[in-house]
Design a protein around this ligand. Sequence first.
Ligand SMILES: *[C@@H]1O[C@H](CO)[C@@H](O)[C@H](O)[C@H]1NC(C)=O
Ligand SMILES: *[C@@H]1O[C@H](CO)[C@@H](O)[C@H](O)[C@H]1NC(C)=O
Ligand SMILES: *[C@@H]1O[C@H](CO)[C@@H](O)[C@H](O)[C@H]1NC(C)=O
Ligand SMILES: *[C@@H]1O[C@H](CO)[C@@H](O)[C@H](O)[C@H]1NC(C)=O
Ligand SMILES: CC(=O)N[C@H]1CO[C@H](CO)[C@@H](O)[C@@H]1O
Length: 505
Amino acid sequence: MAEKQGSSITRKSFFCLFLTTTMLFVLSWLFVLRSTGHSGFFDRKLLPTEKLRTVINNGNSESSSQSNVESSNGSSRAILANNEEGEGEEPPKREEGFQDKDGAMNCNGNVKEPLKIFMYDLDPDFHFGLLDWKPEGGSVWPDIRTSIPSYPGGLNLQHSIEYWLTLDLLASEISDNPNNRVAIRVQNSSEADLIFIPFFSSLSYNRFSKVNPHQKRSKNKVLQAKLVKFVTAQKEWKMSGGRDHVIMAHHPNSMLNARMQLWPAIFILADFGRYPLNIANVNKDVIAPYKHVIKSYVNDTSDFDSRKTLLFFQGAIYRKDGGFARQELYYLLRDEKDVHFSFGSVKKDGVNKASQGMHSSKFCLNIAGDTPSSNRLFDAIASHCVPVIISDEIELPYEDVLNYSEFCLFVRTSDALKEKFLINLIRSIKKEEWTRMWEKLKEVEPLFEFQYPSKEGDAVQMIWQSLAHKVPAIKMKVNKSRRYFHSVPRRERGLRTIPAPHNFW
Ligand SMILES: *[C@@H]1O[C@H](CO)[C@@H](O)[C@H](O)[C@H]1NC(C)=O
Ligand SMILES: *[C@@H]1O[C@H](CO)[C@@H](O)[C@H](O)[C@H]1NC(C)=O
Ligand SMILES: *[C@@H]1O[C@H](CO)[C@@H](O)[C@H](O)[C@H]1NC(C)=O
Ligand SMILES: *[C@@H]1O[C@H](CO)[C@@H](O)[C@H](O)[C@H]1NC(C)=O
Ligand SMILES: CC(=O)N[C@H]1CO[C@H](CO)[C@@H](O)[C@@H]1O
C-alpha cells in the first residue's frame, strides 16, 4: 500500500479534480430538482448522490481522496443528515467511507493529523496492575522511560493487543517525533477523536476467571462490573452515548458481562463468533490480528521445493460448534502422504516443533474451531506458509486495505468436505503461483507484528488506522444523537434496561 501512495499523487489530484467537478454537477442538478418542486423525491430517494458515492467508494479502495468530497462543500452531508427520520438509526452503508480520516494524504498532498485519543486514567487494577506492576509516585501509569512491565508469555500473548496499544499511547507523550505517529494521547477529552478504555480484558479473563473460595464472584467479573459503573458515569460517555469509546476485548470470552452494557462503543475483537450482531459487527467494530506464537521466519531462503510438506495442520481435532469440519477433513486427508496433521495446541515446548513444521510446509490449514478465527492464521503468515482458510464466518484484520486472496487460499467448508476437492485444489497450485503468494506473505508479514516501540505500518499502527477510518462516521452519529439535547436526557442509554436495537449502525 505504501508504494502505491507515492506514485499516485498526480493520478490522485487528477481524480480529485474529477470528483470535485462531478460533485458540483450533481449538486447543481439536485438544486434544479428541488426548485422544480420535487420535494418528495428530494427528501426520500437521493438516488444520484448514493450512486455517486458507491462509485467513489468502489473507484478508490484506499479511500484517501474521499476527504475531498467532504471538503468540496459540506452541503452534501447536510442533505444526508436532513434525510434522516428522527431517532431511528440508519443502515451502515450510507456514509461508510464517505469521509475519511487516516494517516494517508489528502488531495493537496498534506499528511493528515494523527488520531487524537483520550485515555481514561483507570486504576492500575484494570491494566498494568494485572501484570503485577505496583503504582509508584501517585501515577496510575508506569514510567515507561525507566522500565516497562512485561506481559505474561505463552498463549496469553495471542491476545496482548491491549498491552501494545496502551504502551503506544503512553509512548506518544514522550516521543521525540510526535508528528510521525498514527495516534497520540491527548489530555483534554474535548479535543479527542476517540476515548480509549485501557482495560486489559483478555488478561483479566485468562488470569482471573476462577472464583476463589472466599469470593462470591471472580475478579474478572468484579472488574467488569466496576468498569461499567465507572465508564457510564463519565461525562465523555454521556456526551456520546459511548459511541466514540474504544474497548479492547480480543479474547472471545473477555468482557463477557460488560459487553452487553457497553455495546455502543467500538470493540477491538478477534472475531464476531460469540457476539450477537447488534452488539458487535463489522461496521461498528475493528478486527485485530492475534499475536503469532510461532517464531518469525527471519531470512527465509526456502522455496517451493525445499518446503517438503505440502499441507500442515496443527490443532485440536475434536472441537465443538463449527469445528466439526476438522474431524471430517482429518479423515479426508490422513492418507495423503505429504500432508501433516499434528494434534493438540501449541504449548511451550511445542513452539519449536510447530515452527519447524510451518517453516518447512508449502500450505498451512486454518479450519474454524470454537470460534471463526484463531492465531494459526497469523502463525502461518509469520512462517510464510500459504494459509488455506476454511472458515466461512471468518473476519480478517484490515481487509479494507488488504487483498487476502493474494496470499491466502479461501475454500468454502462445503467444498472442502467434498472427496478430494481440497487436496486436488492444493496440488493444482504450481511453483510459480505459490512463489507469488510466498513473496506477498513476506511483504505483508510486518503488518501483523506487535512491538514496542511500534514501527511504521506494524500491527499497532494498522489498528489505529482502522480506528481512524471509523472516526468520521462516529462523529456524525454523535452529532445526530445529540439533536434533541433539549429533551429529557436518556441517561439509561446503553445500559441493560435498553435493548440494543437491530440497526444501531
Ligand atoms: C479542553 O478543551 C476545550 C476546547 O478546546 C476548552 O474549552 C477547555 O477549557 C479545555 N479543558 C482543559 C481542562 O484544558
Ligand atoms: C538475517 O540476515 C541478516 C543480514 O544478512 C543478518 O545480519 C542476521 O543476523 C540474519 N538473522 C538471522 C536470524 O539469521
Ligand atoms: C485480489 O487478488 C486476487 C488474486 O491475486 C485477484 O484475483 C483479485 O482480482 C484481487 N481483488 C481485488 C479486489 O483486487
Ligand atoms: C459535529 O458537530 C460539530 C459542532 O458541534 C462540528 O464541528 C462537526 O463538524 C460535526 N461533525 C460532523 C461529522 O458532522
Ligand atoms: C466547506 C465549504 O467550502 N463550504 C462552502 C459551501 O458553499 C457555501 C455557499 O456556496 C459556502 O458559504 C461555504 O463556505
